[in-house]
Design a protein around this ligand. Structure first.
Ligand code: BGC
Ligand code: BGC
Length: 624
């Protein structure tokens, strides 16, 4: 019988080969550190091993002097609002890191700790850091090299505080923009998420994790966090004041395994290829089973099939959510499923005691503990944490470049490459810098907090002057125009009479996670009013929308001359004026489909073709 290889197979082989070939391998496999790990592991008691698997939040653990040593804590985190008691300055954060690390070095084996934080768009908890656009905007750039560069700068600013681990990139594939975490995703398109997620990991971790300017990355939230279906049942763990009419966050992703793999897995495959050291299992469930409890997902697919050699960090209190009535049973389920480190912000003592008892009772095998600790220590060795000749204190020389003009220039580049021009009637844009008078309006025209969105200094972000440095759109317009141009401003759009044109900046106020779940994405009444007031002056109106996702603009769009979506651009408003005044041509292409109405949701390119009838399709974007 004649043997032959079908053409399709050859194509697939060539495709896979080309992909692997185009990507230089990371310096070393994590398992190449196993000989050193084994030696250290053999000296460790059960308590010391469990300590490596325990990650409290800094506040609670430092409040209890002696706990770092008593529980042999191997890692600490700062959650969204877990700030230094002294405030959010660079100095205070660096001091907090050094203080915490010093405590860990007092343990018997003096294993340095990993300090983790959500540096999700720059070192976004720290005042004066450069805040890059959120991922939804970066998706509009389609620019891998830029995303890698952003990762590198973020790593450097995080390192300036001594911290060595970020819970990013988020490689979610949001399918429903009503979800409050939509902006954390690069795109609804898995291919784009795969490419940009990989670039982000390369930027953050560099080619060699032992580089003192690299930080450990974390691909999250594995898996299907963006595929949940809307529900009216409130999620656990949300603040009592959060009452969206519908919930998507931490919900259930009801798809078969083939669909789960096709849409939600590619970002993890490429992150692993880029050498990502950690992955965070999702709060959400897959067909009713919590990801944090699924051996199929954590061990069989990630570790065995995809060969992931780093470690899994649970989400904030996620293990207890598996079974709130049986915290001990939940720990057994999750650790046995393959979870390696537990994010237990306040409940770390119970986690430690329960896990110890579970091992002693034979409910969690010692081999599983050894595997988890091996994975954690591999990463610590790979990062140079175990190198006794290296100081584990912060390198304060890096304070010099923190929030620097050079770093801001890259953020500004990211902004101008990400803004998407949706409408430009009669060539309203680009504007002349010599225009006689521009009236600027809208609640977000002079609001750096709205530009930055959630996960900015505060977990939920905050409107107003949330961080120093950077430029609002109003400031950027004033800086861009000629000396003869008059710039006037009113939040509500009144007083525009006599100007040549109005620029109205409107959109969402900051939110994070489930608190941003929305049943209605209409513009606020005050935003519509600002646009209408500016219109009354009988001049062309340019709208700039600053929001974490597409909003319903079908009725407002015909009334305005030009419409730009900036999503959440971060601190560098000048990236917007770079495009408005034509110094750079708009290049951004939508990373998400734009619906006409709420009734169409969820609407995305992965859904049924015959129902795909967006206002603007995925990839849309004009230029001049
Ligand atoms: C979020 C994660 C985040 C963690 C730590 C959780 O609530 O889901 O994305 O990394 O908190 O702040
Ligand atoms: C923390 C966040 C965390 C959230 C979960 C907040 O208090 O700051 O990091 O994601 O709680 O509910």
């Amino acid at each position: 019988m004649k043997s032959y290889i079908p053409a399709a197979v050859i194509c697939i082989l060539l495709f896979v080969g080309a992909q692997v070939g185009s990507v230089p391998p990371v310096s070393k496999r994590f398992s190449s550190f196993d000989p050193q790990v084994k030696e250290l592991l053999s000296k460790m008691t059960l308590e010391e091993k469990i300590g490596q698997m325990t990650q409290p939040e800094q506040g609670p653990v430092l409040k209890n002097p002696g706990d770092m040593q008593k529980y042999f804590i191997g890692s600490v985190l700062s959650g969204g609002d877990s700030d230094p008691a002294e405030g959010n300055t660079l100095q205070a954060w660096t001091d907090l890191y050094d203080r915490t690390q010093n405590e860990a070095l007092k343990t018997r084996l003096a294993i340095p700790l990993l300090y983790g934080i959500d540096a999700v768009h720059g070192h976004s908890n720290v005042l004066g850091a450069v805040m890059f656009p959120h991922n939804i905007a970066l998706g509009c750039t389609r620019d891998r090299a830029l995303v890698e560069k952003i990762g590198r700068i973020t790593a450097e600013e995080v390192r300036a505080t001594g911290i060595q681990w970020t819970f990013s990139p988020c490689v979610t594939v949001p399918h429903d923009i009503r979800w409050g975490r939509t902006y954390e995703g690069f795109s609804e398109n898995s291919t784009l998420v795969r490419e940009l997620g990989e670039a982000a990991v390369r930027g953050l971790q560099g080619r060699d994790l032992s580089n003192p300017l690299a930080i450990l990355a974390c691909a999250k939230h594995y898996i299907g966090d963006g595929g949940t279906s809307a529900s009216t049942v409130p999620r656990p763990g949300m603040p009592p004041n959060a009452k969206p009419a519908l919930w998507l966050d931490q919900g259930d992703t009801k798809v078969d395994e083939a669909t789960l793999r096709r849409i939600h897995l590619p970002g993890y495959i490429s992150a692993i290829r880029a050498g990502v050291g950690t992955i965070m299992p999702s709060y959400s469930t897959w067909n009713g089973v919590r990801c944090s409890a699924s051996k199929r997902l954590l061990t069989e697919i990630l570790k065995e099939e995809l060969g992931f050699e780093g470690f899994l960090i649970s989400d904030y209190n996620a293990i207890s959510q598996i079974n709130p009535g049986d915290p001990k049973g939940a720990i057994a389920t999750s650790i046995n499923a393959g979870m390696d480190m537990a994010m237990v912000p306040t409940d770390y003592r119970n986690f430690f005691d329960n896990l110890k008892a579970l091992v002693e009772d034979g409910k969690v095998p010692m081999s599983r503990i050894d595997d988890a600790v091996t994975r954690i220590l591999r990463v610590k060795f790979a990062m140079g944490l175990m190198d006794k000749s290296r100081s584990q204190m912060a390198d304060r020389k890096l304070h010099q470049s923190f929030g620097s003009a050079g770093h801001r220039a890259v953020a500004r580049e990211a902004v101008r490459k990400s803004v998407v021009l949706l409408k430009n009637e009669n060539k309203t844009l680009p504007l002349s810098k010599k225009i006689a008078r521009i009236h600027v309006a809208g609640k977000s025209a002079d609001d750096i907090g709205n530009q930055c969105g959630g996960w900015t200094v505060f977990w939920q972000g905050k409107s107003g002057a949330v961080t120093p440095g950077g430029t609002t759109v109003l400031q950027a317009i004033k800086a861009a125009v000629s000396g003869q141009t008059q710039v006037t401003y009113s939040a509500d759009g009144t007083g525009a009479e006599g100007s040549s044109l109005a620029v109205v900046v409107v959109g969402e106020r900051p939110y994070a996670e489930g608190i941003g779940d929305r049943a209605d994405l209409a513009l606020e009444a005050a935003d519509v009013l600002a646009i209408e007031n500016a219109k009354k002056a009988g001049i062309p109106v340019v709208v700039i929308l600053i929001s974490g996702r597409p909003m319903i603009i079908k009725d407002i769009l015909p009334q305005v001359s030009a419409f730009v979506i900036a999503f959440l651009p971060g601190t560098e408003g000048q990236g917007i004026t770079d495009v408005l005044f034509g110094d750079y041509k708009p290049k951004g292409k939508l990373s998400f489909s734009w619906p006409k109405s709420m009734e169409q949701l969820p609407l995305n390119i992965n859904g049924p073709k015959e129902k795909y009838d967006p206002l603007f399709p995925y990839g849309y974007g004009l230029s001049y």
